[in-house]
Design a protein around this ligand. Sequence first.
Ligand code: AMP
Length: 481
Amino acid sequence: MSSRGRSRAVKAPASVVSSVSVVSVVSESNVVVESVPESVPSTQGTPTFGKSDSDWDIAAPAAAKSVTESVTNSVTNSVTESAESVASVAESDPDVLKEYKSFDEMELPEELLRGVYASGFERPSDIQTKAIIPMKEGRDVLAQAPSGTGKTAMFLIGGFTRIDISRNEVQMVVISPTRELADQTGNVAKALGTFMGLRYHLATGGVGVDTDLEKLGRGSTAIPHLLVVTPGRFYDLLTRKAVKPATIRVLVLDEADQLLDAKFKEQIQTIMSEPFIWPASTQVALVSATMIPAIAATAKTLLVRNPVTILREADEVSLEGIRQFCIKLDREDQKLMTLCDLSDHLTIKQCTIFVNTRAKAEWLMEQMRRQGFDLDCIHGDMDLKERKRRMDSFRAGKIRVLIATDLLARGIDVQQISLVINYELPVSRENYIHRIGRSGRFGRKGASINLLDAREVRIQAEIEEFYGKKVEDLPMDLDIY
Ligand code: AMP
């Protein structure tokens, strides 16, 4: 962890937070990434996703309901479902069982395959063995797989097979809940699509829309094939007719359970409803590490093209590779000193400390800085340029400890993060898994430490029970590592 005042690294429990090798496929982006998506008006309109009601009827009876209705009905109780009910939505499709154990076997276009290998991907991950081919076949996909197991490359490789590079139009759209994730996805796309001549563009809120309009404009001879967007900006671009659903072959909702839940629900339902006319042929992929039953039910109403569903049992998303520890305290006000002590005894590459509110992130950063630690914080209330600067600096390893709200809980892939500290347990059980999944990327070793006051001890017990994974007390003798 960043040490007090200087770059002194404190000692690491090696087996908890072992060093990681860095394979970076991410290149620098010039695009500014920033905060909260703009709000969009809600719609009462009939859903048009899939064009006609009959499309919804034929393939999936539930889809005949309006998207609005489906989404509204299914977002209640998001954190109170039992493990049993999660298990009950897990299902297997016999077709999914066909696994492609190598990228060669998948018969990907040559230039795409080159991008895959140039990205350092030798073999497909589990989710890639199962889901790339259904995407290539134009089928709708609901794919749940643990954090850090290659979901981004899965939907990008699958989607890229559907893109006709010779066409000067947007053919694939990826919707991401945060600008940081959108930025990261765009960079992975750039690496994978480089030999194809793929053009991509990031369009996120908070920065002027003019550049987007210029790139997407009728006169442009280099319209992006792939658009990576945050929901509010996508709505804006659809409204301005800068993007036309008619040309979109693949629509991906990344972190789909978040996009279909409270904060984004209206935006997504609006995007997928009138007045936007979506062709029946637009393929939909919904991707996430967590998928609560109510959201999975809504998600399925969007999947009508010979869909493939890959869901996981709750105990299968618990990230076995990440060692989970806790420190039990009597009171919340003991956390700060405990964290400072802990920081003096850990040597790690990079660490993220999660808190629940923006104010707490600022407060903790100030307190830790006063104690001489060199760290930053990031949250959605921050000046957008500053937010990007801090994220870039963390990715580059210039800052080794970043305090964050759940803005960074999902999807963010910084392979050097070997430790996640939950200064406060998250409000949502799903975000616990997402948070700790920031360490231990793609099979690397990782660890998490929860700082618990008396109330949180009980919350942790519920999390342990739900995911079927014991969180151990952090041993006193750190040298045992
Ligand atoms: P994701 O779950 O999409 O955030 O990916 C997690 C990490 O795994 C990223 O750093 C990817 O670059 C890496 N990754 C994805 N697919 C592969 C693969 N087939 N082989 C090696 N690394 C991969």
